[in-house]
Ligand binder design. Structure first.
Ligand SMILES: [Zn+2]
Length: 695
């Protein structure tokens, strides 16, 4: 059932009152720590988390051979297990889970290092592992004998959680080609191996393209860029260097007044890897289509939707069309405002610049002014305080844990005096780290076949502007949102209280519900009560002034229709290219994107824009025919958020109900059931528009 695991792989009370709330929270948290230390009633205080291995400890020269040995051991142990008589859920499923558990513990560190400490050697070994893993999982998914055992167990099973576990495993078997003839099964296996290789090539091409470009500019061209950002771009010979890494790229796009330079940067950014990835996209689409047909579906989107919350391609298209149509009129007004402000018809490489300027001049909103109030460490501590207040979670720093970079910090998490998980935070940008921000899990809570409880381990990785010798890392409001977002994923992973590996935390959550927990937590960043808990000036200690708080809240919905139209475009594009009757070639892919843009994009896109060639979510991640998931899950999270706003965000009863009906359940129940238990009704699509202030 780790096949699934393989698939599923963030008001301010006025002046003195503010301080009081802040300090109270920290004190309460300190008390909680002491309780944990001194009460002596922690039954699992001695629980030892595994150390995260360094590159040396992975012994890369023999790594692939050891992986092969491990896979062959698992295969022979599985054969033995299948021979056992009188199989029951208890005697079979837990033993089966243990077989693949060691494998993910072994391989995860390499996969993680590849994304946070990338170098040629790691990349090579990782690439060499992929065919073996892909073959192993394909064989597992196509093991008829294994599938038969699950079918037999399913017939006898009465426990609803176990029924869900078995049903999902059986769906996994179906999607791996079980029940097909040998030729078809082999073909499906080959396709899966090739697809895994192609996604890896796709993301390597994007990373290489990002690293291979830099633009050096003169002093006159950085006029208007905030000092802090200029300082970071400064080269030894007194010039300024901008790259395609997002913090550097966005610094120029937001503030750089030389339009030609903006256009050049934009052109490079949106045509990343277009020379290599356009061809890869064609191959990916063709293989996915072929696989879908072999499995008895009409197109790949149907395969992708099978385990998701939303039931059909038409439902997704209807949902997106509704969002697009309802936000277009407001989007047009937003564009009109920018055009009037800039005195011209803006181009895509002008939009960030004039938006920043418009916000500053007409709304007196300047993201840079907020940064001193969001010093990284105090923001992280503030987030911990919020989680303590809402869900009683206590984060205790672990100084002695081994880490892959000195800037990484590690915490053990407690609830009701019980140690429940470990988390790693790797938040500052480095050149050897993959772009963006994400959460990942290494271990998941479950009870193993020896009846031992295993505790979850999760990672948050981000690319925030790094601390410098004289300056700590200071976050923009957007980055604070990112931090809360990723922590939302972590919450769902670490709060699971059950025993089943397949339902543990983020394992087994429907893909289109995965962003519910993250976007829910993210929505609290704009709440005055939340901000009052940590937003203080890193030098003076002054709390974020009231008028700035009001501005931040006002800014949340600034040009939200524009943003929603962008997401609608990407989601629609993803669904259309994966649901076509025939696999599309590069030209048709471009044509489809152009058609959707003509309907929902506010600005005309230049021909050189090859956005699709950097769309790693769908071509190198797990979002193919699933990018709409962000918006669908945002319906769920907005709906829940509005309930908290109405009934009080620190309302104990409400927080407890959210914890019990949702966070602690992992995927033991379908997300729709958990949603209905918490909300008392079905999701309301218009909540998303209300949350974004779109009328
Ligand atoms: Zn997310």
């Amino acid at each position: 059932m780790n096949m699934k695991k393989q698939r599923s792989n963030m008001e301010y009370i006025r002046e003195e009152r503010k301080w009081k709330v802040l300090n109270e929270t920290f004190e309460t948290q300190m008390d909680a720590w002491l309780t944990v230390k001194e009460s002596g009633k922690i039954c699992n205080e001695d629980y030892e988390f595994p150390d995260f291995p360094s590159q040396e400890e992975l012994e890369l020269n023999t790594y692939v051979d050891r992986l092969k040995d491990m896979l062959s051991d698992i295969n022979s142990n599985l054969k033995e297990l299948l021979k056992k008589e009188n199989k029951t859920y208890d005697s079979f499923v837990y033993a089966y889970d243990s077989l693949t558990e060691n494998l993910s513990e072994f391989f995860y560190p390499l996969a993680h290092l590849k994304s946070v400490k990338d170098n040629k050697e790691i990349r090579e070994v990782y690439t060499n592992c992929l065919p073996h893993l892909s073959e192993f999982y394909s064989n597992l998914g196509q093991n008829e004998e294994l599938c038969e055992v699950f079918k037999e167990l399913r017939e006898k099973e009465e426990d609803p959680v176990r029924i869900k576990v078995l049903d999902e495993a059986l769906l996994g078997f179906k999607l791996s080609g079980i029940g097909q003839d040998e030729y078809t099964k082999n073909k499906i296996k080959q396709i899966s191996a090739k697809l895994s290789d192609l996604s890896n090539q796709f993301s390597n091409n994007v990373l290489e393209a990002t690293n291979s470009y830099k633009k050096v500019v003169e002093e006159k061209d950085v006029e208007g860029i905030p000092e802090d950002l200029k300082e970071r771009a400064k080269t030894e010979d007194g010039k300024y260097e901008f790259t395609l890494h997002y913090p550097s790229y966005s610094a120029y796009m937001d503030y750089g007044q030389n339009r030609d330079i903006r256009e050049e940067l934009y052109k490079e950014y949106c045509s990343k890897a277009s020379d290599t990835n356009e061809k890869i996209i064609e191959e990916i689409l063709e293989l996915k289509h072929e696989k879908a047909l072999l499995l008895g579906y009409e197109n790949y989107a149907q395969v992708s939707l099978e385990p998701k919350m939303v039931d059909s391609v038409d439902s997704v298209i209807d949902f997106l069309t509704n969002l697009g149509n309802k936000s277009k009129p407001m989007g047009d007004l937003e564009l009109k405002e920018i055009n009037e402000f800039s005195g011209m018809e803006i181009k895509p490489y002008d939009s960030a610049y004039y938006t920043t300027k418009l916000l500053k001049e007409n709304y007196q909103f300047d993201e840079e002014e907020f940064k001193p109030y969001f010093e990284l460490e105090s923001t992280v501590n503030g987030l911990f305080s919020v989680l303590y207040k809402m869900f009683g979670l206590v984060f205790k720093k672990v100084e002695e844990a081994k880490v892959w970079d000195p800037r990484v910090s590690v915490y053990d998490v407690y609830r009701n005096d019980m140690k429940m998980s470990r988390i790693y935070l790797d938040l500052e940008n480095r050149s050897d780290k993959r772009a963006g921000a994400w959460m990942n899990n290494w271990e998941s809570r479950h009870v193993n076949e020896r009846n031992e409880v295993k505790l979850p381990i999760a990672f948050i990785v981000a690319n925030f502007t790094p601390a410098m010798a004289k300056k700590p890392s200071l976050l923009t409001p957007r980055e604070v949102v990112t931090l809360f977002h990723e922590m939302g994923h972590v919450l769902q992973h670490i709060c699971y209280e059950g025993n089943e590996l397949s339902c543990s935390g983020i394992n087994g959550i429907e893909w289109d519900a995965v962003e519910w927990s993250s976007q829910f937590l993210e929505s609290f960043v704009y709440d005055k009560k939340v901000l009052s808990m940590f937003a203080k000036h890193y030098e003076t200690g002054e709390l974020l002034p009231d008028e700035m708080v009001d501005k931040m809240v006002e800014n949340k919905n600034f040009h939200s229709a524009w943003g929603l139209l962008g997401q609608t475009t990407y989601s629609m594009f993803d669904m259309k290219i994966h649901s076509n009757a025939e696999p599309m070639n590069a030209e048709q892919v471009q044509q489809t994107l152009n058609e959707i843009r003509s309907e929902y994009s506010l600005l005309e896109t230049p021909e050189y824009n090859k956005f699709q060639c950097g769309f790693s979510h769908i071509f190198a991640g797990g979002y193919s025919a699933g990018y709409y998931s962000y918006k669908w899950a945002e319906v769920l999270s907005s709906d829940c958020h509005l309930k908290f706003v109405k009934e009080g965000i620190f309302n104990d009863e409400l927080c407890e109900s959210y914890y019990n009906n949702f966070l602690s359940k992992g995927s033991e129940e379908p997300s729709m059931e958990m949603f209905k238990k918490f909300m008392g009704r079905e999701p309301n699509e218009d909540s998303l528009l209300e949350y974004l202030g779109i009328k």
